[in-house]
Design a protein around this ligand. Structure first.
Ligand SMILES: O=C(O)C(=O)Cc1ccccc1
Length: 222
């Protein structure tokens, strides 16, 4: 057990994970709990395992392109594996966000003015159609979260980020293109984790996630 009153998620504010956390626990959590953004999915696992956080919310799988690899690997390797006590699905709509100066450069020089596209690795496979016809000469740089990508685009006149519209409320970036995901019905399943208490019975959700991990092992071994 832990006395922590923190609920951690992959930050900074403006990520899809933040949406998941407020969807599950409410806009402001009850019972004196507080939300805390962490830098990586691995940090979320560490926080719940060492008791720094009472709960963490992590992305698990996506309807368009399957497993969130970091989470699958951490669920396999964290000993003992945290208990999975809840889940929530978030509709994922991606936006191209850029600093105002970048938008001006695109207006003057076309999309070739953009040298870099920043986003979370999960995103590339969800926006293949858009990325085939736009920014095809730009380098794709994977970073820890979509909102972190927005912070990089905020400071870089040659870059855009693919992120949630929520990131545009938090950082000084504007919308260049809306809803650029291939599939309009694009959902990510998030899991709510709590520290495993020795001897506790595994929940039904734990078992369904086990099955999913085994199924994925078979797919990748084939
Ligand atoms: O980076 C984020 O915003 C996340 O929460 C991870 C993620 C990335 C892409 C789709 C869904 C979740």
């Amino acid at each position: 057990m832990t006395n922590s009153k923190l609920i951690a998620y992959l930050g900074p504010p403006g990520t899809y994970s933040q949406r998941a956390v407020t969807q599950y626990f409410g806009k402001t959590p009850s019972g004196h709990y507080e939300y805390v953004p962490l830098n990586t999915i691995a940090d979320c696992f560490t926080a719940v395992q060492d008791g720094t956080a009472a709960y963490v919310v992590v992305p698990f799988s996506n309807s368009s392109n399957g497993p969130v690899k970091f989470t699958y690997d951490l669920l396999r390797t964290t000993e003992p594996r945290p208990s999975i006590i809840g889940e929530t699905q978030v509709k994922v709509e991606h936006y191209i966000l850029a600093a105002p100066a970048t938008l001006q450069r695109i207006e003057q020089g076309g999309e070739d003015a953009v040298r870099t596209v920043y986003s979370h690795p999960q995103v590339w496979g969800q926006c293949t159609q858009y990325l085939t016809s736009h920014f095809s000469n730009a380098a794709r740089i994977s970073v820890d979260s979509t909102a972190y990508a927005a912070t990089l685009a905020e400071k870089d006149e040659n870059a855009v980020a693919i992120a949630s519209i929520a990131a545009a409320d938090v950082f000084h970036v504007e919308v260049y293109a809306a809803e650029v995901q291939d599939n309009q019905d694009n959902y990510t399943r998030f899991l709510v984790l709590e520290r495993y208490v020795n001897g506790a019975e595994r929940t039904e959700l734990d078992q369904s996630v086990d099955m999913e991990l085994v199924r994925w092992d078979r797919v990748t071994a084939a």
